[in-house]
Design a protein around this ligand. Structure first.
Ligand SMILES: Nc1ncnc2c1ncn2[C@@H]1O[C@H](COP(=O)(O)OP(=O)(O)OP(=O)(O)O)[C@@H](O)[C@H]1O
Ligand SMILES: [Mg+2]
Length: 466
């Protein structure tokens, strides 16, 4: 429902008719303004963006066409209707060519004008809404929505740009939560099929007995419980993209049917023998290694090659820690926005905890952890480590340590570890003013262990000094 009345500028030099139109449109829910000639009309248009303009083509000072042109140049979205007397049809047609949506030949019924205005304004509203939705989709599934500056992600973006416009089948592999579905949607929304449907099917979510009917559809009475004809996912995805998730979980029978459909580019509904042709781009995903399944004999080799035309492997988050702070900030802001909170920042300690964690649930786990942290932080502007889920901070050691970077030439494990031991022991002794019992307690060591370690460290130092 529009929140305010639509505004209409009525331009006509015949005062009686102009007032009649204005009154009756006002009574019909429009907010009307009147102008008696072209000069006044242009002055009104300069100060206000009307939703619609109704203009007589014969005006005393200027040509009505000039007013029309001025309105459409300044406000390309304005709904413009022209009025003309008997015999003015040629002019009216010219007006339509220049962008008016309709014309009325005098005399006409005012209700007719009101009807045309309402339907054209509704059309304009739908068009704008559609354009906004498209922009929102582009924001959600444009390449920008996929975050990552690490080398493997940059390589992925380059590949995506190449393959999105094509029709080739894509196989996306990666651990749980690495973004397989997000990438599948991104490919679809950056392909020529973007205006058509993206239909998802998960072999994990549907009991095996129903999976075939779900994927290919069924006829009425095809099996017990099939009370009506049903369109399957393949048909729904016609001209669009079909995303088959967890393809590794398909039964051997379903694997065979999928292979046939992909080879023949046609399939049959369950309970019917009439083949149906389809034109859908197929993207599949798996978080188990399909090649390994082929070797083990649990996945058809021929199907694997059909699906693996363009393989994409999404790296686990632990292999690209440099993306963690970027993703973390993105999820914090997203969660703040969704909850109408002021933006929050991450304390350095939080960043360190996030980078040191191994993220078995990958990006999904990171997203959930930060939503938890935002909720636990309340009104504070900086998220403290204490707001993180406990599993992230339980490894209290990691909170003290910077993220470990292994240089290409490797490290000397023994010397790095003894350096760390030395720093921890000396740090605690410093903190306790040299009190070994208290220092041992801080380190959760027995006093004798601490003393023993101290001896070894000083001994080592003497050896290396010598
Ligand atoms: N690179 C990324 N940038 C921003 N958000 C991401 C990225 N990758 C994944 N996400 C987000 O992480 C969540 C999990 O991603 P998605 O569902 O695509 O993972 P998945 O690999 O399909 O997981 P599963 O195997 O468990 O089905 C989603 O909310 C997704 O939007
Ligand atoms: Mg998924």
């Amino acid at each position: 429902m529009p929140t305010s009345q639509p505004s209409v500028l009525v331009v006509d030099d015949e005062a009686d008719l102009r007032e009649l139109i204005a009154d009756s449109l006002s009574g019909d829910g429009f907010d009307t303004t009147q102008a008696a000639d072209g000069g006044k009309a242009i002055a009104c248009l300069k100060t206000f963006a009307f939703d619609a303009i109704v203009v007589d083509l014969r005006l005393p000072d200027t040509d009505g066409m000039e007013v029309l042109d001025f309105a459409l140049t300044r406000y390309p979205e304005v709904v413009a209707i022209v009025m003309t007397g008997f015999g003015g049809v040629t002019e009216a047609v010219t007006a339509i060519k220049r962008g008016a949506v309709d014309f009325l030949i005098k005399p006409f019924q005012i209700t007719q004008l009101s009807r045309v205005l309402k339907s054209e304004l509704e059309r304009r509203r739908l068009r704008q809404e559609n354009a906004e939705l498209r922009v929102q989709l582009r924001d959600r599934f444009g390449f920008d929505a996929v975050i990552g500056q690490s080398a493997p992600m940059q390589r992925l973006f380059a590949t995506l740009e190449l393959i999105a416009p094509m029709n080739s089948t894509v196989l996306i592999q990666g651990e749980t939560g690495t973004g397989k579905e997000l990438i599948a949607r991104t490919i679809h929304h950056n392909s020529p099929r973007a205006d058509q449907r993206f239909v998802a099917f998960s072999a994990a979510a549907i009991p095996e007995a129903l999976a075939e009917a779900e994927l290919f559809g069924h006829t009425r009475g095809a099996f017990t419980g099939a009370i009506a004809n049903r369109v399957g996912r393949f048909e729904m995805a016609h001209r669009g993209t079909l995303f088959i998730d967890e393809v590794g979980l398909m039964s051997p029978a379903l694997q065979a049917k999928l292979l046939r459909a992909l080879q023949e580019r046609e399939f049959e509904r369950v309970g019917e023998s009439r083949p149906i042709k389809f034109d859908a781009r197929v993207i599949t995903a798996s978080n188990t290694d399909l090649k390994k399944m082929v070797k083990e004999g649990t996945f058809r080799e021929d199907l694997f090659y059909r699906l693996n035309v363009i393989p994409l492997t999404l790296p686990p988050l632990r292999d690209r820690p440099e993306d963690v702070p970027l993703l973390a900030r993105h999820f914090v802001q997203k969660s703040c926005r969704n909850n109408n909170l002021q933006p929050k920042s991450l304390s350095q300690e939080v960043c360190r905890c996030l980078m040191n964690f191994s993220w078995p649930g990958n990006i999904r786990q990171l997203e959930n952890a930060l939503e938890h942290a935002v909720a636990m932080t309340g009104a504070e502007r900086e998220i403290p480590a204490s707001s993180l889920p406990p599993e992230l901070t339980e490894l209290s050691g990691s909170m003290l340590l910077p993220a470990v970077r292994i240089p290409d030439e490797g490290i000397n494990f023994t010397s790095v570890v003894s350096q760390l031991e030395r720093d921890l022991i000396l740090g605690c002794l410093e903190k306790t003013g040299g009190n070994k019992r208290q220092a041992a307690r801080l380190l959760q060591l027995s006093r004798t262990t601490l003393i023993d370690k101290l001896h070894r460290l000083t001994l080592n130092e003497r050896v290396s000094a010598a």
